[in-house]
Design a protein around this ligand. Structure first.
Ligand SMILES: [Zn+2]
Ligand SMILES: [Zn+2]
Length: 129
């Protein structure tokens, strides 16, 4: 199996490729991620912007707060990205959009203070960013 990282949305309209190594993988417990994903917690893979390419289709972006853009597929609604403005160095990819996501283990927790109190995870050893 290639160690190239690829991913896309549920319907297949959007496909992307990561050409470098992930910077980190992290849980995000913030309420905005919860709203956008509909899930109690999100896991993101951070990659370098210059190593992220959309190869098929287009990511639609919603400006959820100043300097914060949330990307999704306009056809099927899959949550795909969370990023800053176009000059920010990183793009964060929803782990569920990655092919073979089992390879990428989250190692830290972001916004732990917004975490749902009933959410218990097998691995709570990560640091709070
Ligand atoms: Zn789609
Ligand atoms: Zn978040």
């Amino acid at each position: 199996m290639s160690d190239r990282i690829e991913g896309g949305c549920l319907c297949g309209a959007v496909r992307f490729v990561v050409t470098g190594e992930p910077l980190n993988v992290a849980w995000c417990h913030c309420e905005s991620c919860r709203r956008h994903s509909g899930a109690p917690v999100s896991v993101f893979m951070a990659v370098r912007r210059g190593e992220f390419e959309v190869g098929k289709g287009e990511i639609t972006r919603y400006n959820s707060s100043p300097g914060r853009w949330r990307g999704f597929c306009a056809r099927c609604g899959s949550t795909l990205t969370c990023e800053g403005n176009a000059n920010s160095p990183e793009v964060h990819l929803h782990i569920g959009s990655i092919d073979g996501a089992a390879r990428f283990v989250p190692t830290r927790h972001i916004f732990p203070e917004e975490r749902l109190p009933w959410l218990h995870l097998a691995d709570d050893s990560g640091d709070a960013n």
